[in-house]
Design a protein around this ligand. Structure first.
Ligand code: M6R
Length: 366
């Protein structure tokens, strides 16, 4: 059932090219330059009349929501707030009938997310679900939605759910961008073409596996790790750190790269590995100067870079290359090496990768 892989997590990491394709299949029509999502189409007025979108989720799904915040604001010019479902529901939040709430959940059973949905509905908001499990509680409770079609995710550490959530949220944002006229038709076409190429670029990114395994061997005994990214890749840094924490039990933190100088830089010494997402588009020069700051303090640098990168390679202790893509699609690729790095470290430390201690696949208690 693990399809020849040692763990479900590894199988699911490798399933991502297909899972992403399954998620956009029949929805992304590149030749016609159309995105078809009935849940969005049927409720277009609600989306277009919304003053803002509020995203509620937990854990990895919350990280997908953060990526979506950048995507929706950048492409569709709709203000977005991203909330931990558990905080949102107890905060007496201001919600009106004009709000659109997007709830993201792989399992569709997360208690806090479900409660946040019920609260939003009771205030008259329109609630749209992004779930993986068909017929789940959240899928049933929401007014409309779109499934991710990632297939069953068994490993407790979420992998393909994350990348397929970003895929579907990108489709929604692009559809709304077209409807709102915030994007030229040539940019829109370009987006569709590039999104269609993502599965093969994920396959390409997976080829770094052996190289990542060697990096894992070097750092597996670290007590702490820091993950840095900016813009679209700041949430990816958070997700990379969560992945390491939950399966290897190594303490890790994700930060926006520029925030480092406001505190975390004090932690950096020769024993601190710092994983820096430094792809070509998106604040590249700024990230390079952040890398210089780490190097000056003798931190160990693992750079996630665009193929052919020169500047980061000169400074970093290791680089892991990913193919080039549009900036807003880069999280779909930068995530891959971080998943593999956590996986290999956890395996080397002899941890229970698929069922880490203290964790369950779906958190049905608040
Ligand atoms: O099923 P959900 O997407 O609602 O689950 C949310 C979180 O519990 C989940 O993403 C959790 O953080 C994962 N174990 C992360 O890998």
């Amino acid at each position: 059932e693990k399809g020849g892989y040692d763990h479900f997590m590894l199988k699911e990491i490798y399933e991502q090219p297909l899972a992403i394709k399954d998620t956009y299949r029949g929805r992304l029509l590149v030749n016609e330059a159309i995105i078809k999502l009935s849940g969005v189409e049927d409720n277009m007025k609600r989306f277009l009349n919304a003053d803002r979108i509020i995203i509620v989720a937990c854990g990895t799904s919350w990280h997908a929501g953060l990526v979506a915040e950048y995507i929706f604001e950048d492409l569709a010019r709709i203000p977005v707030e991203v909330e931990y479902a558990s905080e949102f529901r107890y905060r007496n939040p201001v919600i009106t009938e004009k709000d659109v709430v997007i709830a993201i959940s792989q399992s569709g059973e997360t208690a806090d997310t479900l409660a946040a949905i019920k609260l939003a509905k009771s205030k008259g908001a329109f609630v749209f679900g992004v779930c993986n499990v068909v017929g789940s509680s959240i899928a049933r409770e929401t007014d409309a939605g779109a499934y991710t079609h990632a297939g069953p995710e068994i490993g407790v550490a979420s992998t393909k759910a994350f990348t397929t959530q970003i895929t579907i949220l990108t489709l929604i944002a692009l559809r709304l961008a077209r409807a709102k006229g915030t994007m030229s038709s040539s940019d829109y076409r370009r987006q569709l073409q590039e999104l269609e190429l993502i599965p093969e670029k994920v396959t390409e990114a997976l080829k770094a596996d052996k190289h990542i395994q060697a990096i894992a061997e070097t750092y597996k005994d670290s007590r702490n790790m820091l993950y840095l990214g900016r813009g679209y890749n700041f949430p990816v840094a958070l997700e990379g750190a969560l992945k390491l924490k939950e399966i290897s039990y190594i303490h890790a933190e994700g930060y926006p790269a520029a925030e480092m100088k406001h505190g975390p830089i004090a932690l950096i010494d020769e024993n601190m590995p710092v994983i820096v997402i430094a792809t070509k588009k998106g604040h590249y020069e700024k990230v390079v100067s952040n890398i210089q700051e780490i190097k000056a303090r003798k931190g160990k640098i693992i750079g996630i870079v665009t193929q052919g990168d020169v500047s980061v390679r000169e400074l970093a202790d290791h680089v892991i290359e990913i193919p080039e893509t549009l900036e807003n699609l880069s999280p779909l690729l930068t995530t891959i090496p971080l998943q593999l790095l956590s996986y290999h470290i956890a395996v080397m430390l002899g941890k229970n990768v698929d069922q880490p201690r203290n964790l369950a696949k779906s958190v049905t208690v608040e």
